[in-house]
Write a protein that binds this ligand. Structure first.
Ligand code: ADE
Length: 426
């Protein structure tokens, strides 16, 4: 693979000839992103980001392309690199370069060296604002490109894993610029993490394997918003869903939601399909794999490829074989086989196309408005992780309902008074 540092042009994508195909995908996604479009139209007129340099490290998808277009139309000089080696849509990357003149550094299937080279190329842009999905850009800036810090006004973070890393940086006083945690907006995690991950994870598993889910024992490891969504959709396909969780409240919630709840040791013996969505490391380990049934399927939907301990599992593997794109067979010395999907990377973006545009609309509306917020308020912000303001969250929910053609009621004056009073009882 071509190394980015040798790349002469101001981009590094697989094949510019894919651009026409990618442009059509961007157009198709745009139709499902009306909230972002409203913001785009406003930014196009007002040009709030005129002269501002933005580097984004996001999954390079048709939905992300529409966010990049929005920021560029708002006057920003944007550049984009991948936030995962397997999630890039090469045709979309080509279209952004060819038709939108946005420098993109991303190739599906890039190795770790290329992945970090691409991040470094995106940082050559000397950003004033950063957009991250997983905090690799922030982490690289704070460790290897501290020279860039003085120019940076702030950044945004898209995902739970990134927010956890950044909160830990804040706690250790290592964070050197303010971050808006887009993930924590209600219009983001209640929809993207739940309905987006729920659907796209099932989509990824089915595209990779074409298996029948009905009647299968489907183990979901982690019952956060992503796990809740995956469990809900797997049940909808007729699977028997088992939840594994370490948090008492979430485990209880899973039980009352009607799922079977076991620890991983017990679930390992029962499952046909295992999906991790915890944001934590080594949740499925060698000792669990040893007690699994022959022929089980393992995959991950968390941000990093750390949730299944593949390094240790490989040590007990006699032979590996690729059976289909994104399906690898691991054969053990006793003759048992397991199947790992998408190298343990997030399956919804590796073998499918990530969350549908309709839900990314809200996530990326939050991103666009968070970038504007950084620009307007960076002088008042400290080097902390901030929530998206309630007013932005509410505005996005209101716009989304409006674009869905849904009207809701307003409280009457009498109802408002009642809610703010305490005298009236039965
Ligand atoms: N994360 C999950 N799905 C995504 C998508 N379609 N685009 C960008 N980031 C994503």
């Amino acid at each position: 693979m071509k190394s980015t540092l040798e790349c002469k042009e101001n981009y590094d994508v697989k094949n510019l000839n894919l651009a026409e195909e990618g442009e059509l995908k961007i157009e198709w996604a745009e139709k499902q992103m009306p909230v972002l479009k409203v913001i785009q139209d406003r930014f196009s007129k007002e040009k709030p980001f005129k002269g501002i340099k933005i580097s984004a490290c996001l999954h390079v998808t048709a939905e992300t392309a529409n966010l990049m277009k929005t920021l560029k139309l708002g006057g920003a000089q944007v550049c984009l690199c991948a936030s995962n080696p397997l999630s890039t849509q090469d045709d979309v990357a080509a279209a952004l370069v060819k038709f939108h003149k946005i420098p993109v550094f991303a190739m599906k299937g890039e190795d770790n060296v290329s992945y970090y080279n691409h991040i470094n190329m995106a940082l050559e842009h000397s950003p004033q604002i950063t957009l991250d999905d997983g905090a690799d850009l922030v982490s690289t800036i704070h460790t290897k490109r501290k020279d860039l810090l003085e120019n940076i006004l702030g950044g945004t973070e898209e995902t739970t894993t990134g927010v956890i890393r950044l909160r830990s940086m804040e706690k250790n006083q290592a964070l050197k610029y303010p971050i808006i945690a887009v993930n924590d907006a209600k219009t983001k995690h209640l929809f993207d993490n739940r309905y987006g991950t729920g659907q796209s994870t099932i989509d990824g598993i089915l595209r990779a394997t074409n298996i029948l889910l009905a009647g299968k024992s489907f183990v979901v490891v982690g019952y956060g918003w992503c796990g809740r969504g995956i469990a809900m959709r797997a049940r909808g396909m007729g699977a028997r869903v088992i939840v594994v969780e370490v948090d008492y409240l979430k485990a209880l919630e899973a039980f009352m939601d009607g799922y079977e709840v076991y620890n991983i040791k017990e679930a390992a013996k029962l499952g046909d399909i295992f999906v991790t969505a915890t944001g934590n490391i080594n949740c499925i380990r060698k000792e669990h794999v040893k007690s699994m049934k022959d022929g089980v399927i393992l995959c991950n939907s968390g941000h990093f490829n750390v949730e299944i301990d593949l390094a240790e599992i490989e040590k007990i593997t006699a032979k590996k074989r690729k059976l289909r794109e994104y399906v690898e067979e691991y054969l053990f010395s006793d003759g048992k086989k397991i199947y790992i999907l998408g190298e343990g990377r997030l399956i919804n973006l590796a073998s499918a196309e990530g969350h549908p545009a309709l839900v990314m609309d809200m996530s990326f509306a939050n991103q666009a408005l968070a970038v504007k917020y950084i620009l307007d308020f960076h002088k008042q912000l400290e080097n902390k992780v901030y929530k998206v303001t309630d007013s932005i969250d509410k505005e996005i929910a209101k716009l989304k309902l409006h674009t869905l053609g849904i009207e809701i009621d307003k409280l009457t004056k009498e109802q408002e008074d009642y809610l703010s009073s305490w005298e009236m009882g039965t």
